[in-house]
Write a protein that binds this ligand. Sequence first.
Ligand SMILES: [Zn+2]
Length: 176
Amino acid sequence: MTLKSLNNNSCKIFIDKCSFGRGGFAAQNITKGEVILTFTGKIITLDEVLAKDEQLVGNPLQIETKTYIDLEEPSVFINHHCNPNAGIVNTHTLVALIDIGKNEEIFYDYSTSMSEKDEPWTMECGCSAANCRKTIEDFHDLPTSIKEKYLQLGIVQEFIVREHNSVGKISLSQAN
Ligand SMILES: [Zn+2]
C-alpha cells in the first residue's frame, strides 16, 4: 500500500517557522469541512517506528494497531494542538474543523491517532490552548468529554474507534 499517488498537497499549505520549530500554515482561506491535505508516506510497522532515532519516533502517523505512515513533507510538519483547528478523517485526510484564515497555523490533536498500549509514546505539550493537557498521550487516556467530542466529530482513527467500542462492550458485559 502506498499513498503517494494521493499527493496533491502543495497548494493549500506552506511550511514556516513556528514556536514548535516548523509548522504547516494555511496558504489560503480554508472553510470548515474543507480537505486541507492528505497524509502521505511509506507504510511502516511499529518495529520500524521503534527503530527510528528518538527525535523521529513521534513523526509517523498511526493508522492501525501496528501500522504507520512514515510521514513525508509537507504533512510531517503539521503540529499538535490541544484545541485543534483540523482533524483526520478517512485514515489520512486532514480536514478543517473551523474556518481557518490565510497564514494561520494548522493543527490536529495527535491523540486522535494514538493507541499504543504495548509501546506507549507520550510527548510534552506546550501549546497555548486554555485546555492544554501538558502531555500528549493515547486516545484512550483522554478525559471522557474530549473523547466524546472527537468521536462525534468523526476525527478519530477507525482502529481506535473499534477499540473504544469493544472496551465499552466489555465493561457493559462485566456490569451485567
Ligand atoms: Zn497542549
